[in-house]
Design a binder for this molecule. Structure first.
Ligand code: NAP
Length: 294
């Protein structure tokens, strides 16, 4: 058996088109131009690429895009002052502070300062709590993207056994909450979990967000299961070149699974576009308008 590939780029492009249409509609009907602000502290090359892509995508969809840059030596108070200024700016509806931050700046202090209504990464305690209560407007981008892919691929997932490997605040915890809200029976695994392969073999939906290249092997996969690979790992491809691989051994798992996401071109393709979706949702909500149809 060979798994059907879940094409993240296709689903991301479809969502991008709907977002651009909805953005144009809010602009013409309500004079609303969603604003996304990115804050980059320091000059980490990977973070620079991520932030540039976010700004480019925002502009292509029709948003206003604002970029604030602070030196890697900036004091915590300077970063918090920048976040407060963006909180107070009515033309900015979403604020993304690129993580990780330099070590002199506490991530918690930044998240406690960020206005939850503008927290388009959905990392503040308020948005994490709303998700727990099933009332979240803004949902962490990568887990939201995974749910879009699962619903498009499987339709109803009620009653399915889902295993999420990884329990980060950024992905594992919100992903488990969303799967639970969709009535899957959810197990969360982490580095202290015993006999992970046996747990994985029970899963109808196997989600890997570990950060270890090719960690999940083909014989961990239940035949016909849906495998969602969140991992992005840069590995040596020989001749001085690097390539990206996921947390799942794709070649092995694809022989057993029913559906599988590739890396790249799977989950990763959805993340930026879900950030744009959150920005549009946040903008409509801050203006007291109905939620967008996306
Ligand atoms: P993280 O914060 O480092 O969390 C990794 C999780 O994996 C932890 O919960 C850890 O368990 C668990 N883990 C580590 N070793 C394990 C093992 N041997 N067995 C079972 N569990 C193990 O990572 P993250 O931020 O969630 O990211 C995970 C991966 O997803 C990374 O490759 C990252 O690049 C990728 N990612 C991709 C996107 C995207 O846009 N596609 C977005 C976010 C993340 P403990 O809690 O016990 O330490």
């Amino acid at each position: 058996m060979n798994a059907a590939v879940i094409d993240g780029k296709f689903h991301a492009a479809a969502l991008r088109t709907r977002l651009a249409e909805e953005t144009a509609r809010y602009k013409s009907e309500h004079g609303l131009v969603p604003g996304l602000a990115t804050v980059l502290v320091g000059d980490d090359p990977a973070s620079e690429v991520y932030v540039r892509n976010k700004n480019k995508t925002a502009e292509a969809i029709g948003f206003k895009s604002v970029h604030r840059r602070l030196p890697g030596t900036a004091a915590e108070a300077e970063v918090l002052a920048e976040v407060r200024a963006l909180n107070a700016d009515n033309s900015v509806h979403g604020i993304l502070v690129q993580l990780p931050l330099p070590k002199q700046i506490r991530e918690e202090a930044m998240l406690d300062t960020l206005d939850p209504a503008k927290d388009v990464d959905a990392l503040t305690p308020t948005n994490a709590g709303l998700l727990l209560g099933g009332r979240a407007k803004l949902v962490s981008c990568t887990p939201a993207g995974v749910m879009i892919l699962l619903k498009a691929t499987l339709g109803e997932i009620a009653g399915m056994d889902a295993l999420v490997i990884g329990r980060s605040l950024l992905f594992g915890k919100p992903a488990a909450q969303l799967l639970l809200a969709a009535n899957a029976t959810v197990t969360m695994a982490h580095s202290k979990t015993r006999d992970l392969p046996a747990l994985a073999r029970r899963a109808d939906i196997l989600v890997a967000a570990i950060g270890r290249p090719l960690f999940v092997k083909g014989d961990w996969v239940k035949p016909g299961a849906t495998v969602i690979d969140v991992g992005i790992n840069r590995v040596d491809a020989g001749e001085g070149k690097a390539k990206l691989v996921g947390d799942v051994d794709y070649d092995e798992a694809a022989k057993v699974a029913g559906y599988i996401t590739p890396v790249p071109g799977g989950v990763g393709a959805m993340t930026i576009i879900c950030l744009m979706r959150n920005t549009l949702i946040a903008a409509a909500s801050q203006r007291g308008l109905p939620s967008p149809n996306v």
